[in-house]
Design a protein around this ligand. Structure first.
Ligand code: OGA
Ligand code: NI
Length: 368
């Protein structure tokens, strides 16, 4: 356990203990300072460059499920079946009528925009520490050689309220704390309701997942993708699957950036104004014994406009052992497909390596 000196006294380092990321330059700053061509470290290998969106993938984009959350919350059978199918076949869906007021979404977006607008020196006051993934910086930088994402971010532990580390919060930025706090609480309610529905679909009571997972925590990753003069050469965020239980993403209404891997193709997730994007994370894939899928996704950039998104990751306690739920195992028809693993050990494995395009869950798959 690392010790750090704070206000003159030694305190336990309450960092995530999940891993670390090497510090690299701010991409927003590269853009602010002007550049003639995209720096080498951001230029992807040819196989990893985003190709232009085909008409087939645009067509497929229209198939990404859209769920009416208010019906789900009422226990509507048709909507619940839609959720089941969405998690099995897509791992991603959008939700409307989610109950989070538009005003709260707007305040959250404005707060993020205001943060990234700050001068670099201001933002650096909240920079990630050497052994921390919380704070302002870039994620997933594990080697000096790897290609870098065209993205800056700030990651904050948001829930439960007592796990916040306010040293990383720009408390002097008017309205920021209130906006993030309010939004994170609302979005957690959405995640919990989806979990309750998934519990029923997985053959348990409504509180089945809650009992197993305990009170979910939340990490908010706020992404800033600056415009790029050659968007065909870079990626905003490299392909990955999310390591938590569920992710709820708030994105700009008028910019397409997010893409998901479906049947081997990259499919754009076209924003629906004021909707939220939800995806299954690795932990639910493991608990569902592979029935629900944690899908690889990435973000691409564009030439004209910066794009901002907030990914709220709902995740379990570090000490919890995760594995296929009893209700999802049916030996010999459906034996356990994943090894049991303590969550912190899982997440450390995930964060210690730059993903090579495979879903993280391959790390714990039982080879048959
Ligand atoms: C993430 C993520 C996608 C986006 O932060 O994990 O996948 O569109 N973001 O910003
Ligand atoms: Ni993600």
């Amino acid at each position: 356990m690392d010790l750090k000196v704070e206000n003159g006294c030694i305190k336990e380092d309450k960092g995530l203990g999940w891993g670390k990321s090497l510090p690299v330059q701010s991409v927003q700053e590269i853009v602010r300072n002007g550049y003639l061509s995209v720096p080498e470290r951001y230029i992807q290998e040819i196989k990893d460059r985003p190709s232009s969106i085909s008409s087939e993938s645009l067509q497929a984009s229209l198939q990404i499920p859209i769920i009416d959350f208010s019906l789900l919350a009422k226990g509507d059978e048709h909507e619940t079946r839609k959720l089941d199918l969405a998690c099995k076949e897509w791992g991603f869906f959008q939700i409307r009528n989610h109950g989070v007021q538009v005003k709260i979404l707007q305040k959250m977006k404005a707060a993020m925009a205001a943060f990234f607008e700050l001068p670099l020196m201001e933002k650096k006051k909240f920079a990630m520490g050497a052994n921390d993934l919380e704070g302002y910086g870039q994620a997933y930088v594990v080697s000096e050689e790897q290609k870098l994402d065209w993205c800056d971010l700030v990651a904050l532990k948001t829930l439960p309220l007592e796990q916040r580390n306010l040293n990383f919060w720009p408390l002097n930025l008017p309205g920021f704390k209130e906006a993030v706090e309010e939004y994170s609480i609302e979005v957690q309610k959405v995640a919990e309701e989806i979990n309750a529905n998934l519990s029923i679909l997985m053959g348990m009571e409504r509180d089945g997942l809650k009992r197993y997972q305990g009170e979910l925590k939340q990490l908010m990753r706020m992404n800033y993708y600056p415009p790029c003069s050659s968007p065909e050469l870079v990626v905003g965020v490299s392909p990955h699957s999310d390591g938590g239980s569920l992710t709820v993403l708030l994105q700009d209404d008028d910019i397409i950036g997010l893409q998901i891997k479906h049947k081997g193709e990259w499919i754009p997730v076209k924003p629906i104004p004021n909707a939220l994007v939800v995806n299954i994370g690795d932990a639910i894939e493991i608990m569902s014994n592979g029935v629900y899928k944690s899908i690889e996704h990435r973000a691409i950039t564009n030439e004209k406009k910066a794009r901002i998104s907030a990914a709220a990751f709902a995740y379990v306690d570090d000490e919890l052992e995760i594995g296929p739920l009893d209700s999802m195992v049916d030996d010999p028809h459906r034996p356990p497909m994943y090894k049991k693993i303590k969550y912190i050990d899982y997440i450390r494995q995930v964060l210690a390596r730059k993903m090579d395009g495979k879903a993280h869950t391959d790390l714990v798959k039982i080879q048959t």
